[in-house]
Design a binder for this molecule. Structure first.
Ligand SMILES: CC(C)(COP(=O)(O)OP(=O)(O)OC[C@H]1O[C@@H](n2cnc3c(N)ncnc32)[C@H](O)[C@@H]1OP(=O)(O)O)[C@@H](O)C(=O)NCCC(=O)NCCS
Length: 158
């Protein structure tokens, strides 16, 4: 069971005025998003659809996705403010995206993250998050990231 945040978590589409708050949230996740990733998140916010989750007027989570083809969507970026981790907000963002994709008759959702072949503790929780929400490992792309580390590709059939 998750403990509830003190105010309701409201999920909506991103507005252009939200961009700086999302980047600030991303910059605060220093164990997960190194400095060189922030410009990539910024360009994702400019070109891909985004859902944001807010508590009161504060954006505390976001999910950037893209529709790859009529049957497949991909999570490009997903983040929840660290002090709110473990409250179910990441799950709610994912469920809202899945409902939206269901309405578009999209059957597959792809995600990717740092591979389990890389010994780096913060991402163990991220992989568990995806596994516990029905994603299965599809494969590893060796030396995918700039610094030569492996990427894990995950797939969920919706
Ligand atoms: C992945 C991420 C979005 C999950 O968000 P979240 O709001 O913590 O997710 P939830 O609360 O729905 O689920 C977190 C899981 O950790 C568990 N958990 C329990 N206490 C926790 C705590 N104090 N902190 C974190 N997780 C906790 C939850 O029980 C849940 O486990 P489960 O899978 O067994 O149910 C979040 O960890 C994050 O922002 N990570 C950094 C960015 C990132 O790496 N994104 C993915 C790649 S783009």
């Amino acid at each position: 069971m998750f403990s509830e945040p003190s105010q309701p978590f409201h999920i909506r589409s991103m507005q252009p005025a939200d961009k700086e708050a999302i980047l600030e949230l991303s910059r605060s996740l220093t164990s997960f998003f190194p400095d060189d990733v922030i410009p990539m998140i910024s360009s994702g916010l400019d070109k891909d659809p985004v859902l944001v989750g807010e508590i009161g007027s504060e954006i505390v989570g976001f999910i950037v996705y893209s529709i790859r083809d009529p049957q497949t969507a991909e999570i490009i970026w997903l983040g929840v403010k660290e002090e709110y981790h473990g409250l179910g907000l990441g799950s709610m963002l994912l469920e809202t995206l899945e409902q939206l994709l269901n309405r578009k008759n999209i059957k597959k959702l792809v995600a990717s993250t740092l591979s389990y072949t890389v010994k780096y503790k913060p991402f163990e929780k991220v992989r568990t998050f995806y596994y516990h929400r029905g994603f299965k490992s599809l494969g590893i792309q060796s030396n995918y990231y700039d610094d030569g580390v492996d990427r894990l590709i995950l797939l969920k059939n919706l």
